[in-house]
Design a protein around this ligand. Structure first.
Ligand code: DAH
Length: 340
């Protein structure tokens, strides 16, 4: 009996039909008065209780599966009865759910990339699992230098030379190692830092790095490029200011702020009363970095800048909490349906 049950189960699983009459035939063959399964149940009655215990479960399962199969085919075929393929509009949307949207981080990344593409920059992407050279050493962070503490890092225990990149500046090094000037690239990507998750920090976030290396590139070029970016991103009358700062890989280094749109520079709680919002770090590429990447620092100069994608989106769309990006709450995501 065991074999018979198995054989019938296979038969049921394979059954498929386009016609209601065939489904009815199948029902009679299996579950009708003289049907295969009905007969098995008749036999079952004559078994000892030990045999019943062994086979009861399988037999019931066979019956349930058969009924399920018959009912699902019946339902489907009854719905479509009398309709041919020509009656269906195959181009109709599958359901009435509102159109989806890109994630705000992707929208912002694309916006930033588009602005720099108009200035002739091309996109360069690279590895998230990096080595010390590309993330720190080539960028003029000496070993043990306290500047490394600015970026609390995830290392791999077995090999401290391997780490998750803490910034996309590592791509500057790769780009300069692989290409000869002029180089004009932007590098979007994911970065990792050992940070507790809060409204303002996350262990995974996104950055966009920019690099321009050529003969006679000056700080004035940097300033004009960033002003163009700020006005394209935040509006035509946006002002920028560059505050002196420190990064090991740029000299001089600066922090770029844009005038606060919400209070028009007068001071509000978004800009904490200053009238300015910090957008990115930037500076002239340190000659040591150029030499580390085999670029003649007597002949070439250049600038670099780096900004957070989440942060730029927070400023543009006044998003107050970083965690919203990662929770995938549809009420948050839906608000970006109309933003391209
Ligand atoms: N890599 C810096 C960070 O993650 C950002 C940055 C600052 C990038 C200055 C640059 C730059 O290219 O010139 O904080």
């Amino acid at each position: 009996m065991k074999n018979k049950v198995r054989e019938l189960l296979e038969h049921v699983e394979k059954f498929s039909s386009q016609k209601l009459e065939q489904v009815e035939e199948f029902r009679i063959k299996m579950l009708g008065k003289k049907g295969e399964i009905t007969q098995l149940f008749e036999q079952f009655k004559t078994f000892t209780s030990e045999q019943k215990r062994e086979l009861g479960k399988d037999l019931n399962e066979l019956k349930t599966k058969t009924l399920e199969k018959i009912n699902s085919f019946k339902e489907l075929l009854e719905q479509h009865q009398g309709k041919s393929a020509a009656d269906f509009d195959l181009t109709m949307p599958a359901n009435n759910e509102p159109a989806g949207s890109r994630h705000p981080i992707s929208i912002m990344k694309n916006k930033i990339v588009d602005i720099f593409k108009r200035l002739g920059y091309t996109v360069a992407e690279g590895p998230e699992i990096e080595d010390d050279w590309h993330v720190f050493s080539a960028l003029n962070f000496p070993p043990e230098h306290p500047a490394r503490d600015m970026q609390d890092t995830f290392f791999i225990e077995k090999n401290p030379d391997i780490l998750l990149r803490t910034h996309t500046s590592s791509m500057q090094v790769r780009a300069m190692e692989q290409n000869k000037p002029p180089i004009r690239i932007i590098c979007p990507g994911r970065v990792f830092r050992n940070e507790a998750i809060s409204a303002r920090a996350h262990c995974i976030f996104h950055q966009i790095e920019g690099l321009y290396i050529d003969e006679n590139v000056s700080f004035a070029d940097l300033k004009q490029t960033l002003l163009y970016f700020a006005r394209e991103m935040f509006g035509k009358d946006t002002q920028i200011r560059l505050r002196p700062s420190y990064f090991p890989f740029t000299e001089p280094s600066a922090e770029m702020d844009v005038s606060c749109k919400i209070c028009d520079g007068k001071g509000c709680n978004v800009c904490k009363g200053t009238g300015w919002l910090e957008v990115m770090g930037c500076g002239m590429v340190d000659p040591n970095v150029l030499e580390n990447c085999n670029i003649d620092s007597e002949k070439y100069t250049g600038f670099a800048f780096g900004m957070g994608v989440e942060r730029t989106a927070m400023l543009k769309w006044q998003i107050r909490d970083l965690r919203l990006y990662f929770e995938n709450d549809i009420r948050f995501l839906r608000q970006f349906c109309s933003v391209i």
